[in-house]
Ligand binder design. Structure first.
Ligand code: ASP
Length: 393
């Protein structure tokens, strides 16, 4: 189904579970986004901030039948958003909360896909940014394995100043030291804080506030799992209350995309297919052509060091000629993949490869060609380092 105007026809499974958006209907007979979207607010104090809880799966929603020490084999037991809220008596002293479910049968990060997270993003955009919005902010709970992908996507698409905060857990709720309760509470307090406005998407994890644009999972098992690839943390939690280091700002390299425009791409409700390839010695350029033959409209290559590609130049050139868009980042965890003097494909700058895939998807869905994508990724970076380029020069 295609996106038409600003009406959303969501994926069947998710659409059935979650209210969809009809602006015309809103104008006719209901007064607030909450009513229109059928949100049920928990907590009795209507003077408190309203924070929407977008609930997906992952460890924060999972428990183990193997006892309180297990933090790897869990997933047999589930916990709902309402049950997490019920575990913490403090939450409703500070906020009103409404849960919107985006869980799938295939729970956790592995159950998410582009269509699901795009539909959730459309829902969040509608709930927070519509004229009739009565909602102050949102959190989304997510499997930590792909929390950063959803965060980056939402950061580039939902930008009306209201906070969205990502939370998750590294240990299941059956563990003797479940980190989900604290992360959930911290995230809600961050989303409800007026000082959180205009900072872009943020992640509340392990008492840290990390920007969604730069976040990446740096450790596969430790509760202190996340960090920023550039720019550092935005603040920390003390007594579960946010303390910011700086006044609000946004990453210079962030480009805001129009959710309406992206949703008019034929890939709706998902996004154009873009694959990531990892470069190493003997890199086989045929992989790029194979990806294209398999339907990819774009490929991101995790290059060596400052965006090097050890081999495969001929195949890359061939794929570009056939219309594939290519962005080359770095497989190093930190530092840029900086622009070439006369580019034929884009270098990712400081945007690391997982995020570059999403940025390229949004660019293609917005109708960018290869040169426009080069400008998108490299323009500001080139300006900063005094290395200008214009197509044809
Ligand atoms: N397997 C989990 C996931 O869905 C890991 C986690 O949530 O921490 O990402």
């Amino acid at each position: 189904m295609r996106f038409s105007g600003f009406g959303i026809a969501a994926l069947a499974t998710i659409a059935d579970a979650a209210p969809t958006f009809h602006r015309n209907q809103a104008r006719q007979n209901v007064t607030t986004a909450s009513e229109r979207l059928g949100l049920q607010w928990l907590g009795g104090n209507s003077s408190l901030p309203k924070i929407l809880v977008l609930y997906t799966g992952g460890t924060i929603a999972g428990g183990s039948i193997y006892g309180a020490l297990d933090d790897t084999q869990y997933g047999q037991l589930q916990i709902t958003g309402e049950q997490i809220i019920a575990r913490n008596p403090y939450l409703l002293n500070h906020t009103q909360l409404a849960v919107s479910n985006w869980t799938t049968e295939d729970d956790g990060s592995t159950g998410t896909n582009d269509a699901l997270v795009m539909n959730m993003t459309r829902f969040a955009h509608d709930a927070l940014c519509s004229e009739d919005s009565d909602i102050d902010g949102a959190i989304y709970t997510h499997g930590t394995n792909s929390l950063e992908e959803t965060g980056f996507l939402m950061d580039l698409l939902v930008n009306c100043g209201k906070p969205i905060v990502a939370v998750g857990a590294m240990r299941p709720w059956t563990h003797l030291s479940f980190d989900g309760d604290a992360n959930f509470f911290d995230g809600v307090m961050l989303a409800a804080n007026p000082e959180s406005r205009n900072r872009g998407l943020m992640v509340a994890f392990n008492a840290r506030i990390i920007p969604g644009f730069w976040i990446t999972k740096l450790h596969s098992t430790n509760p202190n799992a996340f960090g920023a690839t550039a720019g550092g943390d935005l603040g920390l939690f003390i007594n579960s209350l946010p303390v910011f280091f700086n006044t609000p700002s946004q990453p210079i390299f962030k480009h805001e995309f129009s959710i309406e425009e992206v949703s008019s791409d034929p890939s709706y409700p998902a996004l154009p297919k873009v694959d990531i390839l990892y470069a190493a010695r003997e890199f086989d350029g045929k992989l790029v052509l194979d990806a294209q033959a398999n339907g990819a409209q774009g490929v991101v290559i995790a290059g060596t060091g400052n965006g090097g590609i050890p081999s495969g130049d001929d195949e890359i050139e061939e794929a570009l000629e056939k219309g594939l868009q290519i962005v080359v980042g770095t497989r190093s965890p930190f530092g840029p993949s900086s622009p070439a003097r006369t580019p034929t494909y884009a270098k990712s700058g400081l945007v690391h490869v997982i995020q570059a895939r999403i940025m390229l998807q949004l660019a293609i869905a917005s109708g960018y060609n290869m040169n426009q994508t080069i400008e998108l990724f490299e323009g500001k970076f080139r300006e900063d380092i005094g290395q200008s380029w214009s197509p044809g020069s």
